[in-house]
Write a protein that binds this ligand. Structure first.
Ligand code: ZN
Length: 310
């Protein structure tokens, strides 16, 4: 998780352009009539975010989508058009809807000049592939095309998030536009052990990533833990970290032309420098590789990695 710059356009830019594409005059008129309600809810969203109470955001009756006798939503109802604005115009890669779609692209491609901004703002690992509704548009229909609720993410985080929505019993996930925890080192990793791969005649090393218990943090640590668990960030970073360690680093540690001849002290120093360099390169203190190098920089004995029967 890391902070992304807030888009430099608002619901007052996106909403009028999206509704202007609606062909049906009566639906377009209906959506024009809903404009102020949408803007009021947008103001509330921002107010509650700043009070760290987003779970209190209500869904006014006027946005309800009625259900039929079987409990299924009535698709023909005008309020379904909020989600259609996103689906038909905002996220549609079609020259016909370019005025709406350019907002989608600006969110997705936001600041691609730096390495950091190319990565998903939830896992800080995979590349950006989709735009995620921070609060689900299926429930908060009035947020469907609101830029403050649209964040660039990878597919895996987006899928794992599902239709998560906060309530009083569930903490709000870390919001990439408003919660700044970039300067806090909250991601930890520990060595979980090793197993002998008899067929390959080598050890496979396992690591476990976790959210540290912090005394001082600008937001509740429970929110970081909830985001980490809900989006299964552990799965995607552990997979990449173990793959990197077992297919690259372990060979370097055992190769005399690479790191094999360095003393334990020099190895620890080497990994300290590696972690510092990645931070300078914009990976942030909470990238899995930075945390892994930091762990290795604290070791005083590397023999555990050198008994590898390579
Ligand atoms: Zn991700």
């Amino acid at each position: 998780m890391f902070k992304k710059p807030l888009p430099d356009f608002t619901i007052e830019d996106t909403y009028p352009i999206c509704i202007n594409y609606i062909d049906d005059d009566s639906i377009r008129e209906y959506m024009i009539g809903m404009k102020n309600h949408v803007y009021v809810q947008s103001e509330k969203y921002l107010e509650l975010i700043h009070q760290s109470k987003l779970e209190e955001l209500d869904i006014p009756f006027i946005f309800n989508i009625p259900v039929d006798a079987n409990g299924k939503i009535i698709k023909a109802h005008e309020n379904n058009w909020f989600v259609k604005l996103y689906k038909y115009y905002f996220s549609k890669n079609d020259i016909k809807y370019a005025k709406a779609n350019q907002f989608y692209n600006r969110i997705k491609l936001d600041g691609v000049t730096s390495n950091k901004s190319k990565r998903c703002c939830y896992c800080n690992n995979h590349k950006i592939e989709v735009v995620d509704h921070f609060l689900p548009e299926s429930k908060y229909v009035f947020l469907a095309v609101n830029p403050v609720n649209l964040v660039p993410s990878c597919e895996e985080c987006n899928d794992n998030k599902h239709a998560y929505s906060p309530d009083s019993s569930k903490p709000v996930l870390v919001h990439p536009y408003f919660d700044n925890i970039d300067h806090i080192s909250w991601l930890g990793v520990k060595l979980h052990g090793r197993l002998k791969d008899e067929a390959e005649n080598k050890y496979i090393y396992f690591f476990e990533y976790f959210v540290k218990n912090l005394d001082q943090c600008p937001i509740s640590v429970e929110r970081i833990k909830k985001t980490f668990a809900q989006l299964k960030i552990n799965n995607n970073i552990t997979f990449d970290a173990q793959n990197f360690f077992n297919t690259e680093l372990i060979y370097d540690l055992n190769d005399p032309d690479e790191l094999g001849n360095l003393s334990d002290v020099d190895l620890a120093l080497h990994f300290k420098k590696k972690s510092e360099r990645l931070i300078i390169q914009g990976y942030g203190v909470n990238h899995w590789k930075v945390a892994l190098y930091k762990l290795l920089s604290t070791l005083i004995d590397f023999s555990y990695f050198k008994e590898n029967p390579l």
